[in-house]
Design a protein around this ligand. Structure first.
Ligand SMILES: Nc1nc2c(c(=O)[nH]1)N[C@H]1C(S)=C(S)[C@@H](COP(=O)(O)O)O[C@H]1N2
Ligand SMILES: [Mo]
Length: 407
C-alpha cells in the first residue's frame, strides 16, 4: 500500500467499506420531512433538473465583435457515468446557431455522382438508422494546459470541449450509394447551413467506413446547438469535421483546402513543418473526481474516477497514480468500452492528509499510451497546439484543496 500511495484494490472498498465514509447513525425517533406529508408536484411536459441541482455549461466565451461565435464547455466534474445530458453538451460555433425550419432545409449530395440527390428532413427520417455512443472533442480541447503556467480551473473548464452522447442517424455510405458516387473519387467536402458556411474535407474512405448523418442525440431530435435538423458525425475525429446544420456533401478528387484546414486546424511543429488533416483524436483521460477547485473535506477513502477515450479505437486500460507518476495502479473500467466510446474508470484511494498528485494514464486498442505533458509538447510549436492529450495532474494540498498543476 505504501508503494501505491494510498490507491486501493476495488475490493478493499467493497469488503472493508464499513466506516470509510461517515454515515450518521440512525436516530431512534425521526421527524417527518415536509415532502412526506402531502402530495408532490404534478406532471410536466418537458422535464428539468431538481431545484436542488444547478448545472451550467462553463467558460461561455464569445468574441467581442461577434458574441455568437465562441464556445462553452461541459462541466465534467459535476457529471458521472459517460453520457452528457443534451443541455450540457459543449458548444462550438463559428457564427451562432441558425434557426432552421426543417421543412425548408435540404441535404444535397453533389459532385462526382451519377444521380445528384436532395433530401428533406422527412425523407431522411424514413431511412434505416444506427445508434452509437460516441464522443465529440474539439481539437482545441485542453489548450490551456499547453500554456506556460498552469491555470487554477476546473476539470470542465480545462477539458470540457468534450462530450458524449448516443447519436442516431443514417450511415453516410447509404446516401452516397444512393447518389451513385464515383468510386475513383477520394475526398468529400461537407458544408453547413450556418452563416459561416463552415466546410471541411474528409477522406472518402473514412466517410464510407464510419460517418453518419445524425438526426437524434440521446434519444431526442438534435438540439439547435448540436446542428438541428442534421449534422455530420465522424467518429473519433476532431469535432471540426462533424459539420453541423449539414446542407451539402460534395464528392470530389482531392481535398478542398478550405479556410478551416489551412488557416486553422493544422498542427505546427517546432521545426517549422505542419501536419494538415491530422484528423483522429489521440488517447486521453481526465480524472473528474476529485479535480480542480474541489476540496477534500477530511482524511479517508475517496473514489477517484474519470473519463477516458480515444479516436484510434477503444480504451484498453487506465492506470492511476497518486504520487505524480512514480507508481501506478490499474483502475477498474466500470462501463462498456467500444470504438470511440468513452469509459468511466474508478479506483479507491485513501488520503492520509499528505500532499499528493493524482494522475490518470489511458491506453487504447491501437497500442497508444497517453503521454506526459512534457512528452506531448516535445515537438509542437509553442502557442499553436491542437490535439493536446498530455496527462492531467491534480495536486491535492495538505488543506485538501485540489488544483491544476504542471509537473
Ligand atoms: N456548420 C458548423 N459546423 C460545425 C461548427 C461550426 O461552427 N459550424 N463547429 C465545429 C467545431 S470546431 C466543433 S468542435 C464541433 C462542436 O460540436 P458541438 O457544438 O455539437 O459540441 O462542431 C463543428 N461543426
Ligand atoms: Mo472545434
Amino acid at each position: 500500500m505504501q508503494r501505491s500511495n494510498g490507491l486501493l484494490d476495488r475490493r478493499a472498498f467493497l469488503v472493508g467499506s464499513a466506516g470509510l465514509v461517515s454515515a450518521t447513525v440512525l436516530a431512534g425517533t425521526q421527524t417527518k420531512e415536509p415532502w412526506r406529508s402531502g402530495p408532490g408536484q404534478p406532471m410536466s411536459a418537458y422535464g428539468s433538473p431538481s431545484p436542488y441541482v444547478s448545472l451550467k455549461r462553463l467558460q461561455i466565451t464569445g468574441h467581442p465583435l461577434a458574441p455568437e461565435a465562441g464556445a462553452s464547455s461541459t462541466p465534467l466534474e459535476r457529471l458521472n457515468g459517460t453520457l452528457t445530458p443534451n443541455s450540457l453538451h459543449f458548444e462550438r460555433h463559428h457564427s451562432g446557431i441558425p434557426n432552421i425550419d426543417p421543412s425548408r432545409h435540404r441535404l444535397q449530395i453533389i459532385g462526382r455522382v451519377e444521380r445528384p440527390q436532395s433530401f428533406g428532413y422527412e425523407d431522411l427520417l424514413r431511412y434505416p438508422m444506427v445508434s452509437r455512443i460516441l464522443f465529440i472533442e474539439c481539437s482545441g480541447n485542453s489548450y490551456a494546459n499547453t500554456l506556460p503556467q498552469a491555470l487554477d480551473k476546473t476539470a470542465g473548464e480545462l477539458n470540457g470541449l468534450f462530450s458524449c452522447a448516443e447519436w442516431t442517424g443514417i450511415p453516410l455510405r447509404l446516401l452516397l450509394e444512393e447518389a451513385g458516387f464515383d468510386p475513383k473519387s477520394d475526398w468529400l467536402v461537407a458544408e453547413g447551413a450556418d452563416a459561416a458556411g463552415m466546410n471541411r474535407s474528409l477522406p472518402l474512405d473514412l466517410a464510407l467506413e464510419d460517418a453518419m448523418v445524425a438526426l437524434f442525440q440521446n434519444g431526442e431530435p438534435l438540439r439547435g446547438e448540436q446542428g438541428f435538423p442534421m449534422r455530420l458525425l465522424v467518429p473519433g475525429c476532431e469535432g471540426n469535421l462533424s459539420i453541423k446544420w449539414l446542407r451539402s456533401v460534395e464528392v470530389r478528387k482531392g481535398p478542398a483546402h478550405t479556410r478551416e484546414e489551412t488557416s486553422k486546424y493544422t498542427d505546427l511543429f517546432k521545426n517549422g513543418r505542419a501536419d494538415q488533416f491530422s484528423l483522429r483524436m489521440d488517447v486521453k483521460s481526465v480524472i473528474t473526481n476529485p479535480s480542480g477547485q474541489m476540496g477534500l473535506p477530511n482524511h479517508g477513502v475517496y473514489e477517484v474516477s474519470g473519463l477516458a477515450w480515444s479516436g484510434h479505437g477503444s480504451i484498453d486500460s487506465v492506470d492511476v497514480s497518486a504520487d505524480g507518476g512514480s507508481s501506478w495502479r490499474r483502475a477498474e473500467i466500470q462501463s462498456q468500452p467500444g470504438p470511440y466510446r468513452p469509459v468511466r474508470f474508478r479506483i479507491p484511494w485513501r488520503w492520509t492528509g499528505q500532499p499528493a498528485v493524482l494522475q490518470s494514464r489511458a491506453s487504447d486498442s491501437a497500442g497508444h499510451q497517453q503521454p506526459t505533458r512534457a512528452e506531448a509538447l516535445t515537438n509542437s510549436a509553442p502557442g499553436l497546439t491542437y490535439h493536446y492529450n498530455g496527462i492531467q495532474s491534480w495536486q491535492v494540498a495538505q488543506s485538501g484543496r485540489v488544483s491544476n498543476v504542471f509537473l
